[in-house]
Design a binder for this molecule. Structure first.
Ligand code: L34
Length: 295
């Protein structure tokens, strides 16, 4: 068997078309233009490319988008002051501080400073708490994107054995939480594996769905999965540079070998990555509607 490739690029495009229409309608009917600000501290090339893609996508959708780029030695105080400025700016509905931040800045402190109403990343503890309780809130973009990929590919999750690899606050913890809830793309039985898991392969071999978010290139190999497994590969690892100077990417999954056993698999690039960016747009539109009292 060779897997059906779930194209995040295609699914993201479909959602962006829906959002473009929604943004146009918001403007026409309510004179509301959703506004997003992205804040990047430092010069990490991967972060630079993600933030640039976020701004480009926002513009393409008709979202007002501002980009603030700060030097790596920006003080925590200055960053907090900037966040506060945007908390008070009525043109801005969503504030995104790209992670990771330089070591001298306390990430938690910065994320806590964002107004939860403008926290389109869903990282503020108020939103994390609401998410865990299954209340209406901003869902973190990457897990939100994974749910959409599963839904729109028709993958059945109810009662499924899901093995999540990686316990980060951005992906592992939230996706494990979301998929155990009574919801679409939920109702699954979850096992959350991490660096201290004793026998990872014993877990992954009995999984109906594997979500790999570890940051180790090709660590999920064909011998670790059962026939018919659904594989969501969240890893975007830079494993080299092409002659033209473009980064060569690999996921956390050995795609070529695993796709021969899987029923569905996401590629890298073109899988979860484009969905992360698109769900940020969806959250920003939601924030604008909420701020305008439309929901
Ligand atoms: N605050 N920080 C905050 N929010 C986020 O949601 C993120 N994340 C992660 C890192 N830091 C963050 C992102 O935006 C990871 N991430 C992200 C976003 C987009 C892509 C990958 C990671 C992406 O578009 N990946 C492309 C390849 C891009 C390339 O060529 O480099 C893909 O097709 O997978």
């Amino acid at each position: 068997m060779s897997a059906k490739i779930i194209s995040g690029t295609e699914v993201a495009k479909a959602i962006r078309e829906e959002l473009t229409a929604e943004v146009a309608e918001l403007k026409a009917k309510h004179n509301v233009v959703p506004g997003l600000v992205t804040i990047l501290v430092g010069e990490d090339p991967a972060s630079q490319s993600y933030v640039a893609a976020k701004n480009k996508t926002a513009h393409a959708l008709g979202i007002h988008s501002e980009q603030v780029t700060l030097p790596a030695d920006t003080s925590e105080t200055d960053l907090l002051a900037l966040v506060d400025k945007f908390n008070k700016d009525p043109k801005i509905n969503g504030i995104l501080v790209q992670l990771p931040l330089p070591k001298h800045i306390n990430e938690t402190k910065v994320l806590y400073a964002i107004d939860p109403e403008k926290d389109v990343d869903g990282f503020h503890p108020v939103n994390v708490g609401k998410m865990v309780l299954g209340e209406q809130c901003y869902l973190p973009c990457t897990p939100h994107g994974i749910l959409e990929l599963l839904k729109r590919s028709g993958v059945k999750t109810s009662g499924a054995e899901v093995v999540v690899i990686g316990r980060s606050n951005i992906v592992g913890k939230p996706i494990a939480n979301l998929m155990l809830q009574k919801r679409e793309a939920g109702d699954a039985t979850i096992t959350l594996c991490h660096t201290r898991t004793r026998d990872l392969a014993a877990h992954t071999r009995r999984a109906d769905i594997i979500i790999a978010a570890v940051g180790v290139p090709k660590m999920v190999t064909a011998d670790m999965v059962k026939d018919g497994v659904v594989v969501i590969d969240v890893g975007v690892n830079r494993i080299g540079m092409s002659e033209s100077g473009k980064a060569i990417l690999a996921g956390d999954v050995d795609f070529d070998a695993v796709k021969e056993k899987a029923s569905f698999i996401t590629p890298v690039p073109g899988g979860v990555g484009p969905m992360t960016i698109t769900m940020l747009m969806k959250n920003t539109v939601q924030a604008a509607k909420q701020a305008a009292g439309l929901i």
